[in-house]
Each structure stands twice: as C-alpha cells, then as structure tokens.
Design a protein around this ligand. Structure first.
Ligand SMILES: Cc1ncc(COP(=O)(O)OP(=O)(O)O)c(N)n1
Ligand SMILES: Cc1ncsc1CCOP(=O)(O)O
Ligand SMILES: [Mg+2]
Length: 208
C-alpha cells in the first residue's frame, strides 16, 4: 500500500461552495501528496455522493492522489476509491474493515488514547484526531483537544495520526511537534481567497 499523504483536503459541499474547483486547485499544487476525502452533507443523496466522488476520483487519478470517502463506504467501493473514513455515528471500525477488505485505507475518528487503541485494533489504518481547535465547519463537537490531546493519542498508537479541526498553516508546526503525521482541513483551503496558495502554505508547513 503506498504511504498516506500528509495533507487531507475534505470537500466542502455546503450551499454556495464549488468543491470540484477547490479540489482541482489543491491538486495542481499538492499532487500525489494530497488525500481528498469526499464528505457530503448528511442530506445529500447517495446518487449525489456517487456523482461527486466519481468526479473527484478522476481528478485525483490524474495526479496519483488518493481519494477517500467519508461515511458512505458503499460509495467508496462503487467508484473504486482507495478507502473511507468512519466516526462514532458510522459503521463500527471492524465492520468498516470488513466492508473495505484488508487493503482498503480506513480512517477512524478518535480523540483519546483508549478509543484510539480500540480503533486501531479493529482495523483502522490511520486516525483522524480532533477537533484540535475550534471549527466553524462542523457543529456539535466536544471542546478542542489542542496539540496536547494529539500528543496523547500519538503516544498510544502506531498508525498515522491526522489532526483535524481549525487547522491552519500557522498551527501545523505545533501539531507536527505533537507527533501528528499530517492534517485534515476544510476551511483552510476551501474558504481561502486563493485555494492553491493556501494548499502550498499547508504543504510547506508539513514538510518543514
Ligand atoms: C481525517 C478525518 N478526521 C475526522 C473526521 C470526522 O469524522 P466523523 O467523526 O465521522 O464526522 P463526520 O465527518 O462524518 O461529520 C473526518 N471526516 N476526517
Ligand atoms: C469534520 C470535522 N470533524 C472534526 S472537525 C471537522 C471539520 C474541520 O473543518 P475545518 O478544517 O474547517 O475546521
Ligand atoms: Mg462520519
């Protein structure tokens, strides 16, 4: 299995956004270092998720970037994406592993060492850990865990930890110092005036 990219761009499909334009811009800069996670609104139909994922996958293929699907693993399988990401409201990690098979990339959300260990034992190949900082992209989340919370999870597992939640290029050094392998972002790229430049700043911060 190729190594996991360090920058995960999660699609922003809220009304008024243009997720494909943002993915295209990010790919021109990050290329094979990018992981694009297709995340649609809960209200989106499977057909909408499928159509968007097919388009994202085609863009990723041109750059040998990795495409994952949030929540809807059947969509990941249907389009031939590399894998998916699950959290507390989704399929349990062990069930998700059975769906994706032994070689699929499987991310799981965790914010504390115990659940992180359980997710890895159940088959997670990386962990999404957060929210690290306050985010305006997702509501109903617990308080941010900060870089110290990331450090605690990193110390408990042997899979890549991807820090998520309010991540900006300026916050990457502290997260990397805490042991994060990479970061996942929505707003830092999607809400940027220049998504390609924002991607370049994140890649620069991740490779320092
Ligand atoms: C890399 C990464 N980490 C965490 C999440 C959050 O997943 P989840 O907790 O299932 O919440 P939703 O994204 O489904 O709302 C993620 N998607 N990616
Ligand atoms: C899906 C998700 N899960 C925890 S924070 C988050 C959203 C992250 O978005 P942003 O990078 O804009 O803070
Ligand atoms: Mg989920």
């Amino acid at each position: 299995m190729p190594s996991l990219g360090r920058l995960h761009l999660i699609t922003d499909t809220r009304p008024g956004r243009d997720p494909l334009a943002v993915v295209r811009a990010a790919l021109t800069v990050a290329q094979a270092n990018l992981v694009v996670q297709v995340r649609v609104e809960d209200s989106a139909t499977d057909r909408e998720a499928y159509d968007l994922t097919r388009r994202v996958l085609a863009l990723c293929a041109s750059y040998r970037a990795t495409c994952l699907v949030n929540d809807r693993l059947h969509v990941a399988l249907a389009v031939g994406a590399a894998g998916g990401h699950v959290g507390a409201d989704d399929l349990p990690v062990a069930a998700a592993r059975r769906v994706l098979g032994p070689t699929g990339v499987l991310g799981a959300t965790a914010r504390a060492p115990g659940p992180a260990r359980e997710a890895v034992a159940a088959g997670a190949s990386y962990l999404g850990v957060g929210p690290c900082h306050t985010t305006s992209t997702k509501t109903g989340l617990p308080d941010p865990i900060g870089a110290d919370g990331v450090r605690a999870v990193v110390g408990a597992v042997d899979v890549p930890v991807i820090a998520i939640g309010g991540v900006t290029a300026a916050r990457v050094p502290a997260l990397r110092a805490a042991g994060a392998y990479g970061v996942a972002v929505v707003g830092a790229v999607s809400a940027a005036a220049d998504p390609a430049r924002a991607t370049a700043e994140l890649i620069e911060a991740l490779t320092c």
